[in-house]
Write a protein that binds this ligand. Sequence first.
Ligand SMILES: [Zn+2]
Length: 286
Amino acid sequence: MFFTPLSLLSGLSPEWQLVVWSLVVTVLISVPFFVRHFSMQAPHEVTPFPFLDLPRELRDIVYENLIQNPSYPPCTPSPKALSRFGWLLPQRPAPSTSNWVMLSNHQVYEEYMDLLCKQAKFTLTVDQKNAKERDIWPIRSETLKQIRKCDLRLVTTSKMLGAEDPRTMPKDWPLRDKICERLRGVQKAEDLNLHVRAIGDPLWNPLWVWYHASQAFKDSAKPCFQRITFSLDTWSPGENLLARNKEGQWEWRCRENHFVATDAGQYLIREFCSALYAECQDCPRR
Ligand SMILES: [Zn+2]
């Protein structure tokens, strides 16, 4: 006698038929999920590219395409850049995907860092957050020694200058000494600039912040800055900047880099303001 599945099923009670049909439907629904699960677990045959077999010149070309100018501390995304529900999420700096290459092995790390220090511009920021930390920037001393281009951004409040009254600020400035000590190892830098950004304060005019910060760093031998520029956290009329000439002496220049005046060394605040806003003879009059 020959039994088909349907004839066997018809011999069962209605309750058992319901159970069997439920099982059949469940199995049919699960099939695509099982197929997907096992296909994802199937080993993918990937042959690694023999990157280290390439000549060093070609590897350097690859690194050059991955280099990004590093910032310390790392930049955090602005709240405006986040989605409308972004404020619900913890704000962390987005990892730079190009830097993962240096984690491949010791040799790739050394080669990548060598090129990074020679070609990239490092931006080191000091603000009221990291100014209090023992180590201002999470950067190795060995890396600092190799840097060629570097911008020091000093985002300064009056509190960071360490004086209640701008007129009585002492010559010793612990934060300046701390920064100089950390940058003492930057010996190979050919392009080293200081940017002083004054944060508004109801008691201090930003001119005092620019004045004290620039006077404090101007004569520093290590690090030896090439340019000192000034800005506000709001609109400003356009200040002149300090730059070294070919003889290594400081001079005042306009934003278009025209010579404006020779720097007279240590200034009184009135003389500093006069040089800061001295009119350029080469730029067209507004
Ligand atoms: Zn000019």
